[in-house]
Design a protein around this ligand. Structure first.
Ligand SMILES: Cc1cc2nc3c(=O)[nH]c(=O)nc-3n(C[C@H](O)[C@H](O)[C@H](O)COP(=O)(O)OP(=O)(O)OC[C@H]3O[C@@H](n4cnc5c(N)ncnc54)[C@H](O)[C@@H]3O)c2cc1C
Length: 466
């Protein structure tokens, strides 16, 4: 029996902030390790689902239904209290986390909506990295949340519908060219997979338009780096570059964006491209919430030790994209520990180790260090094109594609979501793509501040005013 805690009925309360890969896997194991009669488990997260982000480009490219990669948290986490809210600040002195949610359930002084904790697990993930580039947050769209993916899918259809209806005048032709131009910035897996897959998707749909063919769409993929998919190494990056260029994508390496307007984008190679579609995929930054802890950060990520504990604050752990986790498998290079990359592969495994270590703080078992050698990444380029590096072995084409799909089916939590995704792939192989646009995601809600940080929305739902 533990000492009286902050939870309901005086139970110890473990608060987990973030219902993504790390949070989901941590809670599954915590519920097994800590009996419900002693410990209340609370999950604070803005949505009631875990988002399987690796398949987001397939949602944006119309091949997978959005709900099929949203794994419902309530049934998956029995015995966990779900609080649909955004955590906005952590007070380590008072052991509280302040919440932003539409209906305040005041637990703290002066009506402030907050939760007390005895143990705190910070796993709020990351947000799309933004730079101080004029017009970026008002005009560019990222691909990190479901609302962004759903919006992008419809947006592209709308652009082609509008282009098809443009009058055949000089002004109409100019507007048509603008509507038929897509600029994606960032040739990591998000930008590259999106461009490659959306391009093939439009090809399968082109019967929808009277005078517009998918080849009329001009695709530009820009990145400041000298290679495509640098995460996968030179050979696979060159293969992906070759696939994209053969399909007519204008890949501009060593190039980024200097400003983004509603109708055009200025690139650092001196060109101005008229477009109404700018996709921003230039990497991620840790969730700003971890900056409120007041503990040391490494490039914005909360520094943890190998057991995923925040060393300077008793009772606090962190993992996933928001934490700087030392890589115990890296060979010593003399310049201090290497930090693990922000991937789902690490986040889910860190979640499980973290759960063991939180339980160990209650005397159940012994703490363990996190050690996992990267299994490699996969990137699906649409059709039969893909690249993968399982355990360091470079694969391309059909074998990489088969591996990518097998990996997703293995990594997707819950058998029902695997079956749903498998069904989408099977139907996609025999049926024409479903082309209806639903218009469910408003443009404003799909901009980075609203979609990823909740600015102007209430718990991820649309605010009432226009
Ligand atoms: C398009 C795309 C493709 C990717 N492909 C791959 C891939 O193929 N392989 C791979 O390994 N990785 C991939 N990743 C990276 C992977 O998604 C992340 O590394 C992983 O999601 C990190 O897990 P996490 O638990 O740290 O964060 P997430 O899974 O992002 O979970 C964070 C959770 O915290 C919630 N949250 C955010 N802010 C707050 C707050 N203030 N309060 C409470 N809750 C909050 C979020 O809503 C979310 O539920 C991809 C990412 C993207 C965007």
């Amino acid at each position: 029996m533990h000492q009286a805690g902050s939870g309901t009925d005086g139970r110890q309360r473990v608060v987990v902030v973030g219902g993504g890969f790390a949070g989901y896997h941590a809670l599954r194991r915590l519920r097994r390790l800590l009996p419900e009669r002693d410990t209340e488990l609370v999950l604070v997260t803005p949505n009631d689902y875990l988002l399987y982000t690796p398949l987001l480009p397939e949602v944006a490219a119309g091949t997978i239904e959005p709900r099929h990669i949203a794994i419902a948290l309530r049934p998956a986490l029995p015995g966990v209290r779900l609080v649909l809210a955004r955590a906005v600040a952590v007070d380590t002195g008072r052991r509280t986390v302040a919440l932003d949610r539409p209906v305040a359930a005041a637990e703290g002084p002066e009506g402030r909506d907050e939760l007390r904790w005895d143990r705190l697990v910070l796993v709020p993930g990351s947000v799309t990295r933004q730079f101080p580039i004029s017009g970026l947050s008002e005009n560019a769209h990222a691909l990190k949340t479901l609302v962004e993916a759903v919006y992008l899918r419809d947006h592209l259809l709308v652009q082609l519908d509008l282009a098809d209806a443009c009058p055949q005048t000089a002004a109409g032709d100019r507007e048509r060219r603008r509507l038929l131009t897509v600029v994606a910035v960032g040739a990591g897996y998000t930008g590259t997979e999106y461009v490659a897959q959306a391009q093939l998707w439009l090809r399968r749909l082109e019967g929808r338009w009277d005078r517009t063919k998918s080849d009329d769409v001009r695709w530009i993929l820009a990145d400041l780096a000298p290679a495509v998919l640098p995460e996968l190494g030179g050979r696979l990056g060159r293969y992906a570059l070759d696939v994209l260029r053969r399909r007519g994508v204008d890949v501009r390496l060593g190039t980024t964006v200097s400003s983004v307007g509603p109708d055009s984008v200025a690139l650092t190679d001196g060109t101005v491209v008229e477009t109404r579609t700018v996709i921003w995929g230039a990497g991620v930054a840790p969730n700003p919430l971890v900056g409120t802890v007041g503990a040391p950060l490494d490039r914005g990520r909360l520094v943890v030790d190998a057991t995923l504990r925040v060393p300077s604050v008793p009772g606090v752990w962190a993992a996933g994209d928001a934490a700087a986790v030392p890589d115990l498998t890296a060979r010593p290079a003399g310049a201090g520990p290497t930090m693990l990359p922000p991937t789902a592969q690490h986040a889910q495994r860190q979640g499980r180790i973290l759960a063991r270590n939180v339980a160990a703080s209650y005397g159940k078992g012994r703490p363990r260090a996190y050690r996992h050698r990267d299994l490699g990444l996969v990137a699906d380029l649409g059709g039969t094109a893909a690249v993968a590096r399982p355990l360091g072995v470079p694969l391309t084409g059909r074998p990489a594609k088969a591996l990518a799909r097998a990996y997703h089916l293995y990594a997707l939590p819950e058998a029902s979501s695997r079956l749903r995704v498998l069904t989408d792939w099977a139907l996609g192989a025999v049926l024409a793509p479903q082309e209806a646009q639903l218009g469910l995601a408003a443009r404003r809600d799909a901009l980075i501040p609203a979609a990823q940080l909740g600015a102007g929305t209430v718990d991820g739902q649309r605010a009432a005013s226009p």
